[in-house]
Design a binder for this molecule. Structure first.
Ligand code: EPU
Length: 417
């Protein structure tokens, strides 16, 4: 298994370009199941999760070509309605084929994703919505089996504003009979990216990006050529790294309007942020000060940036409280950060972080995607050598991460094997 070895303590300097967003690309690629011809997706990142969804779409009978960069998908041959356990267990987001399969084939058999390191992650909201739209659902041998003679638009209120749940409902509703209204919908930019893609296919969706989305069903959709939006979490990870290493980094290609919560916290902590023509510049000349953070659905502070921000707070002046409200077990990085000298105490869903003057390098273990990113950041800031094991988690969601950090002046390398 590959390892990442970092010699910490160098300020990051220069410019870095963010890639396409994993969490936008996944539903966009799944939406190709709703059409009959060749769809072209550009700016698709080179990630393990993208390979997983491509494999799943081919398994379902779609023709999948190309990538990374440009991926072409033609679902004219869609003939299989089963997403098997072996593919779903590799990536929970495989559940994103449920909505399009029911819309297109009127049946689906999708393995239940189960929990993961960060929480139980139920899909009850996805299932309730499909049932309200007229699908019959049964749980059999760990699979959700859905059939629908016809899907009917209806009024839906989501108990939680789930991101992939909202995306599944959008894909189920675009060709349903009549109007679907989703209240308490997720407002994430990735949901908007999917709605834009579906609208280009001929769907009639309004309100994406707000908590009330209205979908007027249409009888069919046509293929599209679309580009994946930039990854706001990758961008945010570089922004935090700049402040943390007291560097000066221009994060290019990121949409600043997606970063309001992070930019607010970073500037309150003392980092200098400027919006330039081609990106967001973050300078971290002085040590930052502790600020409190609470994760929330968009536009609140993203749970996917919590672990990285905690590293910054662990070397801040003073104390900060970091409250995780989205996932129930998203502090698994804490014990590894403590091994690097961080002073963090967890009580329930809140971590009290007392800033220390510096972290020290150590051998550490990656546990999930964003926790792994936080360990890379900790290694970049720490004195001495950090060796991160199990970096396959990182490869699920960060494209060429070590090359990008090395380009900014970090001493970081991947050791194969
Ligand atoms: N939830 C329910 N019932 C449901 C669905 C969700 O109770 O039916 C709960 C979850 O257990 C969680 C909360 O609602 O407590 C939010 O979960 P959500 O469904 O919004 O998460 P998701 O759609 O499974 C996406 C991203 C995650 C990101 C979350 C929150 C994708 C493929 N994944 O997951 O990304 O953390 O939204 O923003 O879009 C990552 O990229 O590392 C990652 C985990």
């Amino acid at each position: 298994m590959d390892r990442i070895v970092i010699e910490g303590g160098r300020p990051l300097k220069g410019a870095v370009h963010v890639g396409g967003a994993k969490n936008a690309a996944l539903p966009m690629l799944a939406s190709a199941l709703l059409t009959d011809g060749w769809n072209t997706f550009t700016n698709v990142p080179a990630l393990r999760d993208i390979e997983s969804i491509k494999l799943l779409l081919s398994h379902l009978g779609a023709a999948v070509e190309g990538g990374p960069g440009t991926v072409r998908i033609n679902a004219a041959g869609l003939n299989n309605s089963e997403a098997p356990y072996d593919l779903v267990r590799k990536m929970r987001a495989s559940i994103l084929v449920l909505g399009p399969l029911v819309a297109r084939l009127k049946r689906a058999r999708v393995s239940l994703p189960g929990g993961c390191a960060i929480g139980a992650r139920p899909i009850n909201v996805h299932l309730k919505a499909l049932s309200d739209m007229g699908a019959d659902l049964e749980l059999v041998d760990g699979y959700v089996e859905a059939t629908a003679k016809v899907l009917r638009g209806t009024e839906l209120f989501l108990d939680v504003p789930t991101v992939t749940g909202t995306e599944n409902i959008l894909m189920a509703a675009v060709m349903a009979q009549g109007r679907t209204v989703i209240r308490n919908a997720a407002r994430e930019p990735e949901v908007v990216a999917l709605a834009d893609t579906l609208n280009q296919m001929g769907a009639k969706i309004t309100g994406a990006g707000t908590s009330v989305i209205t979908i007027e069903g249409v009888s069919s959709l046509t293929p599209v050529s679309v580009s994946v939006i930039p990854d706001r979490i990758e961008a945010g990870t570089f922004m935090v790294a700049a402040a943390l290493t007291r560097g000066d980094v221009l994060v290019k290609g990121s949409d600043p309007s997606h970063q309001n919560a992070l930019m607010d916290k970073l500037s309150r902590a003392g980092a200098k942020i400027s919006l330039e023509k081609d990106g967001i510049r973050v300078c971290g000349e002085a040590p930052v000060v502790g600020v409190d953070v609470k994760t929330l659905p968009y536009p609140g502070f993203p749970t996917d940036m919590q672990a990285q921000f905690m590293v910054l707070m662990s070397v801040a002046k003073g104390q900060s409280l970091i409250c995780e409200t989205v996932f129930e077990n998203r502090f698994i990085h804490v014990s590894e950060l403590r091994r690097m000298g961080a002073d963090i105490t967890v009580s329930g869903n809140t971590a009290a972080v007392k800033g220390v003057p510096a972290l020290s390098g150590a051998p550490v273990m990656a546990t999930d995607l964003r926790a792994s990113a936080s360990l890379v950041l900790a290694g970049l800031a720490a004195k001495g050598k950090t060796e991160i094991q199990r970096v396959y988690h990182l490869d699920r969601g960060y494209e060429h991460l070590e090359e990008k950090f090395a380009h900014l002046g970090a001493s970081i390398q991947r050791v194969k094997g």
